[in-house]
Every structure is written in structure tokens, then in C-alpha cells.
Write a protein that binds this ligand. Structure first.
Ligand SMILES: NC(=O)c1ccc[n+]([C@@H]2O[C@H](COP(=O)([O-])OP(=O)(O)OC[C@H]3O[C@@H](n4cnc5c(N)ncnc54)[C@H](O)[C@@H]3O)[C@@H](O)[C@H]2O)c1
Length: 427
């Protein structure tokens, strides 16, 4: 494998995982971030996010000298053959993707790029961004490529090193091959395409996954209405290869750092192109309603009123095995209950400070402690450790033994045998 010098711009969930993995593959990586505090923490050997195997890979990269961290954008890009943009593309005021971070960084680095280098977009960006970046960079000696990232938080390292596929969008085959060569030591199908198709593909994937979850949450609502069991329904569906069983667990609604902003951005991209993406718009609405229905289950189990009652919430992150609470459905549900006057006692294994969105909640140091004096418990994130808490211990602490299991994680029979009123999602 040809070792490449790569500068990663933006050392967040994607940039850090990507940098550590590329260094592990043998490349020479510098991760740049304009957050000085973050760079100092990383240089002291601490990984500031929760991500399986990442601390080991960062330590390996630092000890071999293949991975370093800096705030020095100019010097880093000047020495790089590849510059990977792993910058935030948050939701703008109107719901479209806000490209300010990307534009600012490109403006700051474009004159320092080494002649012949390739600028690679890993951030999720609207279709047409490639062409816009070519124009913004404005240099004939620089190539641009789209290489969208598909890693999932919680399994980013494994996803990067054993991906389902690698997508490279470039305007010439030579540039695409140069980018693809970075991944030479990874066994995965490589799809080489034009930049607009690569950009479309990333949104198409996230939009579809959001639709899939919306669909199964809707089927769960039907199961709730008729006393069917969603787990058996999903099991039966999963044998049909046209449907598949993955990513089909009902829950408190989808959220996280990508789906909410990417689905909204895609509806904007579509309407800018003259197509009303009614299906996706409806899925966004249905998801909002579903999150409300989860809060409603807590209200119903509390005899129609949560005002003044202590409610325990297990989990705040948008899914297990990450510390990310951006657009977390758990936060949405806790916020709704707080607004209705509930006294929230929350616990999440990775959260040590009450998030500003749910100020006024108490943060317990253990799952059990959160249930003290509670009129109901709601499980919002599928942390495995919640499944091993003994219902008998919870029973002793709570003022009323009622549980809403918004992830269908708990052993219903065992909780019921311990005197709990149990409500799941679709069972
Ligand atoms: N988080 C995911 O699971 C995931 C997966 C696939 C794709 N993506 C996409 O990847 C992109 C990055 O997402 P993320 O979750 O890693 O974001 P993040 O917020 O975790 O990280 C972004 C980093 O960029 C830094 N930054 C901002 N402006 C900068 C600048 N001018 N120079 C240097 N650094 C700068 C920030 O300080 C931050 O550390 C987004 O477009 C996102 O949609 C994310």
C-alpha cells in the first residue's frame, strides 16, 4: 500500500474515527480542529468521545507517530496529499443543510493546498456541493472528490475498517482511483461514481433508514392497539429478504446527529430540484407524533397526570454505546414530561452533567438511584446494563411500580412478576 499524507479537517465523531483508522491502516495523518481545548485533550492522550476501540487506535497512532493533532490548518494542508473535510453540516434555520463551517474552512485553506492534492468531502453535503467547492477553491491544480461517510456512532471503528461499501465520487477516473487507493487494505466493494451521485447516495441511505424506522414504529402502534407483539411481527418479516430484519427495532422515535438534519435537508434538496418529497416529509411528522406518543404512554400510566410526580428516565443518548445527545429522542421525551410538570430523575452511563435542554432534571449516578420515589420509570436508551437491573430492587425504591419500556429491552414477564405495570412499544 502506498502511504499517503492526509490532513483531516474537523476532529469530531467522524474526523477522529476516520483519522485513527487511516493511521491504523498505515497512513500519515494529521487531525486538525479549531477547538483548541479539544486538540489539547487529544494531545494529552485522552479521547473526548465514547467510541468502542477508538482510545486504543488513537494511542497506537500517537505512539507510532502516524497520528497527530493540531490547530494549525495552514501548515497541515500544505503538507497533505489529501485533505478530508469532516466538518459539521448542521440544520439551518429553514431546515436545509448549513454549509457555513465547510465554506469557512475551505476559504481558510484553499490558498495553502499543495499543488496536485485532492480535497475530499466526508461531511454529508447537499447535492451540488462538489461543483460549488470546485468553484470556491478555484484552482486548476487541485482536485475535489466526494467520499461520504457511513460510520455509525458506537461502532465507528468497526464500520470504518469493515465497511459495507466505500463510495467515491469524482469527475475523472484517475482522481477516483487515487482516493480509492487510500482504502486499499480494506476489503469492501468500492462504488466509483460521479460526485452528484455520491452526494445523493448518502442522503438516500439516511432517508431510507429513517423511513424504515418510521414504518416499524407505526406497525408497533397498530400492535399496541390490537394486542399483537411487534417482536414476533419483526421476526416474521425478517425472513423475507426483500424486507430484511436489520434496523427494524421500534423505539422512542429516531433522532441523533444525522437523521433529523439529513431528512430535513433532503426534503429541501428535493424541492429545490422541483420535487416535493411528500413521503419523507410525512415520515418526519409521523416521527414527531411518535415521540409524543411515547410521552403520552408515561402520562397514561400515571393515571393521566404527571404534574408534581417523580418520573425516572433511563438513558439520554440517542442510542446506546455513544455519549451523543444531539437531537436525542430521549431528550425530547424528557423535555415534554418536564414541561408538563414532572420531576425528572435521569440516568445515563455516559452523561455526567444535566443537558441544557432538560435543565431542572436531576441526574442520578446510578440507574437504581434514579428510580427513588418515582411514580413511573421510562427506559429511553437501549443501554445493555439496564436489562440487568433487578426489577425487585427497583420495586423497593419506587413509589408506584410502573414502567414504560420504550426500547422493549426489559424482560416483561420478570418485571410483571415483580409487581410492575409494564408498557412496551408494540407489545
Ligand atoms: N456523527 C456521525 O455518526 C456521522 C456519520 C456519517 C456522517 N456524518 C457527517 O459528518 C460530518 C461531521 O459530523 P460529526 O458528527 O463528526 O461532527 P462533530 O460536530 O462531532 O465534529 C466536527 C468537528 O469540526 C470542528 N470544526 C468546526 N469548524 C472547524 C474549522 N473551521 N476548522 C477545523 N475544525 C473545525 C469542530 O470543532 C468539531 O470538532 C457531518 O456532515 C455529519 O453529517 C456524521
Amino acid at each position: 500500500m502506498k502511504v499517503a499524507n492526509v490532513a483531516i479537517i474537523g476532529t469530531g465523531y467522524v474526523g477522529l474515527s476516520c483519522g485513527a483508522c487511516l493511521a491504523h491502516l498505515g497512513h500519515q495523518i494529521v487531525c486538525v480542529d479549531n477547538n483548541r481545548g479539544k486538540v489539547e485533550i487529544l494531545n494529552s492522550g485522552i479521547v473526548p468521545i465514547v467510541e468502542a476501540r477508538l482510545p486504543e487506535l488513537v494511542a497506537e497512532g500517537m505512539s507510532t507517530g502516524r497520528l497527530s493533532f493540531t490547530t494549525d490548518l495552514i501548515r497541515s494542508v500544505a503538507a497533505a496529499e489529501f485533505v478530508m473535510l469532516c466538518l459539521p453540516t448542521p440544520q439551518g434555520m429553514d431546515g436545509s443543510a448549513d454549509l457555513t463551517y465547510l465554506h469557512d474552512a475551505v476559504e481558510a485553506l484553499k490558498d495553502s493546498l499543495a499543488s496536485g492534492s485532492v480535497v475530499i468531502t466526508k461531511s454529508t453535503v447537499p447535492i451540488g456541493t462538489y461543483a460549488d467547492l470546485v468553484r470556491r477553491i478555484g484552482r486548476v491544480d487541485i482536485d475535489v472528490a466526494s467520499n461520504p461517510e457511513f460510520v455509525r456512532e458506537g461502532s465507528a471503528v468497526a464500520d470504518f475498517l469493515q465497511p459495507d461499501r466505500i463510495i467515491v465520487g469524482a469527475s475523472t477516473d484517475a482522481v477516483a482511483q487515487r482516493v480509492a487507493a487510500l482504502y486499499e487494505n480494506i476489503e469492501a466493494p468500492i462504488v466509483i461514481t460521479d460526485p452528484a451521485s455520491a452526494e445523493t447516495l448518502k442522503y438516500a441511505a439516511n432517508g431510507f433508514l429513517a423511513l424504515k424506522l418510521t414504518y416499524i414504529n407505526s406497525i408497533a402502534a397498530i400492535c399496541d392497539a390490537y394486542g399483537a407483539d411487534i417482536r414476533d411481527v419483526v421476526k416474521g418479516l425478517s425472513f423475507d429478504p426483500r424486507i430484511g430484519g436489520q434496523f427494524f427495532n421500534p423505539g422512542p422515535g429516531w433522532g441523533g446527529s444525522c437523521f433529523p438534519k439529513d431528512t430535513r435537508a433532503l426534503t429541501h434538496i428535493a424541492s429545490d430540484g422541483g420535487y416535493e418529497f411528500a413521503l419523507l416529509k410525512m415520515a418526519i411528522e409521523v416521527n414527531d407524533l411518535h415521540q409524543q406518543s411515547v410521552a403520552d404512554k408515561v402520562i397514561a400510566i400515571c393515571d393521566g397526570d404527571v404534574r408534581g410526580k417523580v418520573i425516572a428516565a433511563w438513558g439520554l443518548t440517542f442510542k446506546a454505546n455513544t455519549d451523543d445527545i444531539r437531537d436525542s429522542p430521549a431528550i425530547v421525551v424528557v423535555k415534554k414530561l418536564l414541561k408538563l410538570g414532572a420531576r425528572m430523575q435521569c440516568f445515563d452511563p455516559t452523561i455526567s452533567k444535566v443537558p441544557t435542554e432538560i435543565e431542572g432534571s436531576l441526574l442520578a449516578t446510578t440507574a437504581l438511584e434514579a428510580t427513588t420515589g418515582a411514580s413511573a420509570l421510562i427506559l429511553l436508551t437501549e443501554w445493555a446494563e439496564f436489562a440487568s437491573v433487578k426489577p425487585g430492587d427497583v420495586f423497593e425504591r419506587m413509589s408506584s411500580p410502573r414502567v414504560v419500556d420504550a426500547r422493549n429491552l426489559l424482560d416483561r414477564e420478570s418485571w410483571q412478576a415483580n409487581g410492575f405495570t409494564y408498557r412496551g412499544v408494540g407489545r
